[in-house]
Design a protein. Sequence first.
Length: 270
Amino acid sequence: MGNLPTPVTPIGEGILNLHNWILLICTIIFVGVFGVMFYSLYAHRKSKGHKPSQFSHSTFAEITWTVIPTLILIGMAIPSTAMLIKMEDTSEADLTVKITGYQWKWRYDYLDSGVQFYSNLSTDRNEILNKNEKGENYLLEVDNQVVLPVGKKIRFLITANDVIHSWWVPQLAVKKDAIPGFINEVWTKINEPGIYRGQCTELCGREHGFMPVVVKAVSQEEFDAWVAENAPKEEQAEETQSGGSGGQTLVAVNAISTEDGADDPAPAIR
């Protein structure tokens, strides 16, 4: 469908296919019902001498218009329910990322490696004030992108620090509310490398429109290199001295500071 973003995840593809099939069913029902109705109005009009029937009810008609819609709804409910169950299955994830919404930025914690950072809007202020021409990705640019590996099941734990936000990336088919004091979870598995953009979709205050999300999907090798690059050198040395086993986990904790220097009160998940 040309009006929907091209999905790059199995869930996104499943949702798009389900949408197209249900839209087709609805279109067939629409054409059939209104076709019969308009034909009846035209073919049985008074000017041709037709007179209305005088029956009060029809058992056959009542059974028919009850059973057929019921079967149609059941036929749509079965694949829809299967898709909802699949969307909620966050088990056996290869990577877990905690996402915390702030007014008006995002914080990302890679719980498997320890990498942490804030992601802020990076659009030139002069574009926002209409002093410069707006760029191609106006209000959809950030200083720190969310780097994720392709072909891996990624579990997101989503919460908020202050008010309700909502983390949304259309092409990943991920949209989940970030609620203070509560953890929502969702997952994705990206098929193709690329840059995928989204934004906060819950009205969260004055700069709600300035909370973009930018996901950069890369190969596993590039992701591992990115994690290594973002690991503090002293912690890498500690990992080496401790003689980490094969498949060692890099502990990468970036320096994090807020404008007021307050501790992050968002729920801690391990």
